[in-house]
Design a protein around this ligand. Structure first.
Ligand code: FEO
Length: 394
């Protein structure tokens, strides 16, 4: 455990998981992750805010003895997901007089998922307060970033806020405080894309609320603590904003290179018009790069070869992910090549329907693209240009 004083009476008590390569079995991690637990030592009572990923429970519990912590009165559960709540039962065993403090939804979750006894839970509501003596915990319900049970804990006297998953990043550190860098920004953006982007409207609301609080520090449950809160708040304001950037995402899978040649041609034509694109290999690419590109892209044109009369399965994976992550894509289309027949695009268009994009006429080609197909790709590039211009992106 990295046990470290953050300020008077506020301690970091979490762990780095540098060996973790993937989170939610979905997004590859470049920098591992951390599970942040915090110890708040008031003049009368001691509280722990969020606990530990179950894999590290033993080490986490031992660290209380190692650091001379002999009493915990309250365990604040800001969120019921097990990477933060997983060690609550063991912590209750270690400190049998402690009480878990959380909202009613989270209480239901930890009772079901961790079998925490009802008589060990104190239920609080929005804006309730809990005194530790010289420190007052104020609970702010924050449903939707990212579970319905999520809440923030604000310490009034210190003007600091514990935001659980919100404003976090999968990023390990030696010091607790964030040092802005390209790597941290990339990790935080990938994390935002997977975990928070489906709730971008709610993110905007809480970014505004935390900016208005003018807090001194943001302490999330993954990644470093932000003692310069505007760094992460400004990034979230951009990522969660309603308007995408002048960027076209081009995911592709190509069995005999015919589809890839069309993708390359379209990328060239877009570049000539001043529109950057990001080509993503749906078989060999890193899903994290796709997630990051989805945060900014205004248009997506997916290229796929035909496999047994339908799109390649990798194309379904990408379209499904785009559908559930709810990016701010406004325009979509499909291009692809087939050998003996089938329908490349019908099912994918259906899967993309929830995003309510304007769909540009797809292009399906037998084998290699011919002169007339390249003319259609020119027309597609023209239409994308006009869409981006009408959206004020060019
Ligand atoms: Fe990091 Fe929603 O758990």
């Amino acid at each position: 455990m990295l046990y470290k004083k953050i300020k008077d009476g506020i301690f970091y008590a979490g762990m780095n998981d540098k060996d973790r390569l993937i989170f939610d079995e979905l997004i590859p991690l470049d920098n591992g992750t951390s599970y942040n637990s915090y110890l708040i030592s008031g003049s009368e009572k001691t509280a722990v805010i969020d606990t530990m990923y179950p894999k590290f429970t033993k080490e986490y519990i031992n660290s209380f003895d190692e650091n001379g912590i002999t009493k915990v009165d309250y365990i604040i559960a800001n969120h019921g997901e097990q990477d933060h709540s997983g060690s609550i039962p063991a912590l209750l065993e270690k400190f049998p007089d402690a009480v878990v403090v959380t909202n009613a939804i989270c209480a239901g979750n930890i009772k079901e998922m961790l079998l925490v006894p009802e008589n060990k839970i104190k239920i609080i509501s929005n804006n309730d307060e809990l005194s530790l003596g010289n420190k007052t915990l104020n609970f702010i319900m924050a449903p939707g970033v990212h579970w319905p049970d999520t809440m923030f804990t604000y310490i009034k006297e210190d003007n600091i806020i514990f935001t659980c998953d919100f404003l976090g990043s999968h990023y390990i550190f030696d010091d607790v405080f964030a040092v802005p860098s390209k790597e941290l920004e990339k990790s935080a953006k990938k994390y935002y894309a997977e975990i928070m982007m489906p709730f971008s409207f709610v993110c905007r609301k809480y970014v505004k609320q935390i900016k208005e609080l003018n807090v001194e520090m943001i302490l999330p449950s993954h990644g470093p603590v932000h003692n310069n809160p505007s760094y992460i708040l400004d990034l979230y304001e951009d990522w969660a904003g309603e308007k995408g950037k002048n960027l076209v995402l081009l995911p592709y899978v190509s069995m005999y290179n015919s589809t890839k040649e069309m993708i390359d041609y379209l990328a060239e034509k877009l570049q000539e018009k001043g529109i950057p694109s990001f080509k993503y290999d749906m078989v060999d690419g890193n899903l994290g790069d796709l997630a990051i590109a989805l945060v900014d892209s205004t248009t997506i044109v997916l290229g796929t070869s035909m496999v047994l009369a339908g799109p390649h399965p990798a194309a379904f994976n990408t379209i499904y992910l785009a559908g559930i992550l709810k990016p701010k894509v406004k325009v979509a289309s499909f291009i692809g090549s087939y050998g003996w027949g089938g329908n490349l695009f019908g099912k994918m268009a259906e899967m993309l329907a929830p995003l309510k994009c304007d769909i540009i006429e797809p292009i399906q080609v037998k084998g290699k693209a011919k002169k007339e197909d390249y003319l259609k790709l020119d027309k597609m590039a023209d239409e994308i240009y006009l869409k981006h211009k009408s959206l004020g992106l060019i």
